[in-house]
Design a protein around this ligand. Structure first.
Ligand code: IPM
Ligand code: MG
Length: 375
């Protein structure tokens, strides 16, 4: 298999975590005999600084011509360009829009090795395995009108029937391959847009009689995610509610740094760790690369339809964690000293098992497999 992937390291810890993602991708290429060509371009603060645009034309042109895009992190810089406000995070929103990726898939599962590191009691988080399916191109993020005028600020939550229908279909299709349960999140006791959301989600649910469906108010969901997170399989959300709830769900795992995401629906898949640029720890070699590395697994799965390779990455991550390794954010009293971003990447690349050995996963003790037993 030949593939071309655009890496957009971006800001803060983005370049550090993408370096490790690349290491793992290259190791997969070597072990499984694929040729992945990686091209790099600018997004975010640097792009804003150099081109006055957080998503410059060159990056746009590359993005629409590759098989997949992997983003590190996009910063928070705000500049005035020709008197117009320009901010780095707009680069990411523009990229999502450009690629037409309306379905943002954010899986949250707690690896056995991390159960004790969650701030919640182990009995609450053991076995948590949910996916947030977040609508990504609509809602208050893009709704018009918006503005600040004469002492009044306003944004608009807008959803069309078509937008709600297609993201609902994504959620139900995903649920069919999982535990067959969709919980649609809204604020239908207050918002018109949510009343409409609930109605369309219910309509779509009738096409999926094999999938259990319910709606839940967002404030209740925020509570239930902490109280009883195992009840959830697929959470179907608007853009804004999904943004907030996915950060909350990340706490179950103990660190936002571990979570991957995929944005699909257009021709080119977009993958990014859920975490942000984390400028406070940038450049120190302590960032957690798991979100980026597990995003590579999603990319292998969803863009290239390579489930064995994706499984090899996830399996390697789990075995490295089970061997007690972790960056400082997930280490919390673990049996080894915390390792650096680069060391974590090396360990995972080293733990990748060669093709055809997936069934052996977990059976062969702690030797690292094809690349020399790094853990
Ligand atoms: C995310 C981020 C972005 C979002 C920001 C950086 C625009 O928080 O991907 O969750 O709100 O979508
Ligand atoms: Mg967010």
């Amino acid at each position: 298999m030949d593939g071309r992937i655009l890496f957009l390291p971006g800001d803060g810890i983005g370049p550090e975590v993408l370096r490790e993602a690349r290491r793992v991708l290259e190791a997969i290429g070597e072990n499984f005999g694929h040729r992945f060509e990686v091209v790099e371009a600018l997004i975010g603060d640097d792009a804003l600084e150099r081109f006055g645009d957080p998503l410059p034309d060159e990056t746009r042109a590359l993005a629409i011509g590759v098989d997949a895009v992997l983003v590190g992190a996009v910063g928070l810089a705000v500049r005035s360009v020709d008197g117009v406000r320009a901010d780095a995070s707009r680069g990411l929103l523009d990229l999502r829009k450009l690629l037409g990726n309306y379905a943002n898939i954010r899986p949250v599962s707690v690896p056995t090795a991390l159960v004790d590191r969650s701030p919640l009691r182990p009995d609450r988080v053991r076995g948590v395995d949910l996916v947030v399916v977040r609508e990504l191109l609509g809602g208050i993020y893009f709704g018009r009108p918006r503005g600040i005028e004469d002492g009044v600020a306003y944004d608009t939550e807008v959803y069309t029937e078509e937008e709600i229908r297609r993201i609902s279909v994504s959620a139900f299709e995903l649920a069919r391959g999982r535990r067959k349960k969709v919980t649609s999140i809204d604020k239908a006791n207050v918002l018109e847009s949510s009343i409409f959301w609930r109605r369309i989600a219910e309509e779509v649910s009738r096409d999926y009689p094999d999938v259990e469906f319910s709606s839940m108010l967002v404030d209740n969901c925020a509570m239930q995610l902490i109280h009883n997170p195992r009840q959830f399989d697929v959470l179907l959300t608007s853009n804004m509610f999904g943004d907030i709830l996915s950060d909350e769900a990340a706490v179950l795992v103990g660190s936002l740094g571990t979570l991957p995401s995929a944005s699909v629906g257009g021709d080119v898949g977009l993958y990014e760790p859920v975490h942000g640029a984390a400028p406070d720890i940038a450049g120190r070699g302590i960032a957690n690369p798991l979100g980026a590395i597990l995003s590579v697994a999603m990319l292998l799965d969803l863009t290239f339809a390579l489930p064995e390779e994706a499984g090899a990455v996830r399996d390697a991550v789990n075995r490295v964690l089970e061997n007690g390794y972790g960056t400082a954010d997930i280490h919390a009293g673990g049996r080894r000293a915390p390792v650096s971003t680069a060391r974590m990447g090396e360990l995972i690349a080293g733990a990748l098992r060669p093709p055809g050995t997936a069934a052996m996963a977990g059976a062969a003790g702690t030797e690292g497999g094809a690349r020399g037993g790094a853990c």
